[in-house]
Design a protein around this ligand. Structure first.
Ligand code: ATP
Ligand code: MG
Ligand code: MG
Length: 376
């Protein structure tokens, strides 16, 4: 037992709290509303602002160890927590992972393959980058983007002039990668330095938002070995404790590039709750509490996850017919307890396990399909 602090009250904090409390820990969530998905299920919550160091200290004093569930937290807030209790990931890791420029530079310096990039601040900078790397160019805010927010796919200099350059301090241009597929590896690194990787998840995005993940992926054995090695090295380079998700592009020639990392449980790992011997959330608890890491391998022949976005609620008149999903074999529903079903907002997910990843993916899509049609 003991008390784990979780900074952030979103769905990742919620699923973490459920796992940790099952394992005998108390969980204190720090967030801005008692209604937040994580606060609803935690042992207790402390309501406060991320810039309120007095309130953060009052929270941190209650904890034996502290973690977080999103990377866009002021690094100072995490440093403040770290003065009261061991905090993983550290504010150093956070400072790297919350800035796409620093993150890519760190990995490139360590010899890891990343998407070609450049810091830009104007349409002219993008045009110069495109001269070397060709159009289209992907421009992203260096900080605070998620679910594709703050991203622009630019075809020419004219489009580059439309980017709201003045709205953010720092921007990154990336070469557009015409990838074959996308995959991710969640790696756990424990307080004692032991490292274990989940098998790669294969990910399909829709409008730059994760749509469906499945496992095992279609990566070759050598790509799996490569992805696992790169993810482990990324965790070592950051000196991370906890979980790191490394997102990869599989290029047309089969080689891997790191797209980005997240120092926390990841949406693509949600299928581990039903699909794997140890879920990513339980593994996170193990890593930060210094417990032996669990077996990350699949415990079925195929697992898949489909996100449920706010759009679905709109399509189903505010009330999706949940029973319809349960007529598909081995489907599980996870709702995050969010009330406001805004377009593009992650409200929940479905998982399916089956005899193969293809079947699991088909079943999870089928289950989701049944929720959006008004079949009373
Ligand atoms: P999240 O953290 O939720 O994954 P994010 O806003 O940080 O989202 P990215 O992972 O950078 O977003 O991009 C989201 C998706 O957009 C990628 O998974 C990929 O499908 C597409 N994308 C991003 N950058 C590129 C690129 N350079 N080339 C091709 N596709 C890209
Ligand atoms: Mg991201
Ligand atoms: Mg991403």
């Amino acid at each position: 037992g003991g008390t784990i602090g979780m900074v952030g009250g979103g769905q990742l904090g919620r699923m973490f709290a459920i796992a940790a409390m099952q394992m005998g820990y108390d969980v204190v969530v720090y967030c801005d509303s008692a209604d937040a998905p994580g606060a609803q299920v935690a042992t207790r919550c402390v309501i406060g602002d991320l810039n309120d160091h007095q309130q953060l200290t009052a929270f941190a004093e209650q904890c034996d160890v502290i973690s977080l569930e999103f990377e866009n937290i002021p690094a100072q807030a995490i440093a403040c927590c770290g003065q009261q209790a061991p905090t993983f990931p550290s504010h150093h890791v956070l400072a790297t992972a919350q800035d796409r420029l620093i993150e890519k530079q760190t990995f490139r310096d360590a010899g890891l393959a990343v998407t070609p990039f450049l810091q830009v601040s104007s349409a002219a900078d993008v045009a110069a980058f495109a001269e070397r790397h060709a159009w289209p160019v992907i421009v992203k805010t260096a900080r605070s983007g998620y679910d594709g927010k703050g991203q622009y796919r630019l075809q020419d200099a004219e489009q580059a002039a439309q980017v709201p350059w003045a709205e953010h301090d720092a921007w990154i241009a990336e070469q557009f990668i015409p990838f074959q597929r996308e995959a991710s590896v969640v790696v756990a690194r424990s307080r004692n330095g032991s490292v274990r990787c989940f098998p790669p998840f294969e990910n399909e995005h829709h409008n730059h938002i994760l749509d469906v993940s499945f496992c095992p992926s279609t990566l070759t054995q050598s790509q799996i070995a490569n992805a696992t090695e790169m993810a482990s090295k990324a965790a070592e380079v950051l000196d991370l404790v906890g979980l790191l998700c490394v997102e990869f592009f599989v290029q047309e020639d089969g080689r891997l590039l790191i797209n980005e990392v997240a120092p926390r449980p990841h949406n693509s790992g949600h299928l581990t709750i039903e699909g794997n011997h140890t879920s990513q959330f339980q593994q996170h608890v193990r890593a930060i509490c210094g417990l032996p890491l669990g077996d990350p391998n699949l415990r079925c022949s195929g697992a898949a996850m489909a996100n449920l976005l706010g759009d679905l609620w709109q399509a189903a008149g505010g009330n999706p017919p949940w029973n319809q999903a349960f007529s598909v074999p081995n489907v599980s529903l996870h709702l995050y307890g969010k009330r406001d079903a805004k377009e593009g907002r992650k409200m929940g997910h479905l998982t399916a396990t089956a005899d193969s990843p293809e079947q699991a993916a088909q079943n999870v899509r089928d289950a989701r399909q049944r929720l959006s049609c008004d079949s009373k």
